[in-house]
Design a protein around this ligand. Sequence first.
Ligand SMILES: Nc1c(NC[C@H](O)[C@H](O)[C@H](O)CO)[nH]c(=O)[nH]c1=O
Ligand SMILES: CC(=O)[C@@H](O)COP(=O)(O)O
Length: 206
Amino acid sequence: MGGDDFHKGVKAAARTLDGSGLKILIVHTRWNSEIVDPLVRGARQALARLGVQEQNIVVRDVPGAYELPGAAQRLIRQSQQQSTNLVGAVVDDLMTAAGELSGSVTGTAPRDPAASVKSGPFDAAICIGVLIKGSTMHFEYIADATSQGIMRVGLDTGVPTVFGVLTCLTDDQAMERAGIGRGADPGHNHGEDWGAAAVEMALLAL
Ligand SMILES: Nc1c(NC[C@H](O)[C@H](O)[C@H](O)CO)[nH]c(=O)[nH]c1=O
Ligand SMILES: CC(=O)[C@@H](O)COP(=O)(O)O
């Protein structure tokens, strides 16, 4: 790990009060899984290299690229709501404690912080899929909808959402961009870039 990566990794590992580190969401498709799966592995390897802890990576799958934005938005919002609930719970505890100190409240057991601090909001998300052109305009419509949709998720939720969708004209183009090309040069796994981008964007907001 380079010096720069080291510093990113240290920050990634020390991101929260409970030291749990950055929390990353990966949503990937089942379509073209023989190419998507290596991309997901590449992203996870990059996240690990940069200090993101395994237990803080949440992975979910959807049918195809068109489902990526909706799933990402739903899961991000859910994590943010859990976080809001958690803040509310902590405020309740503080009010209870204050009441006990002032003698106005007795006998209320304080919430166990360890029991409630389970999963904060995601710090970044990565949407991974592979679109391969067929013989109709279907490819163009899905590619446009998916890219616009993923952009909107990041902007609307405030959680950096990496566009990890290959839009290829041939199988070989996609395989080479997953590092599993059939030629002499297997190519470069773009999933690694997406993992690094997720950490960088997550740290930007800290
Ligand atoms: N042709 C590809 C698809 N098509 C399926 C759509 O993404 C979507 O799941 C369906 O239209 C139902 O809403 N998906 C890919 O990810 N890759 C393709 O090449
Ligand atoms: C990206 C697609 O939806 C594409 O694979 C569908 O193929 P076709 O255009 O031949 O129906």
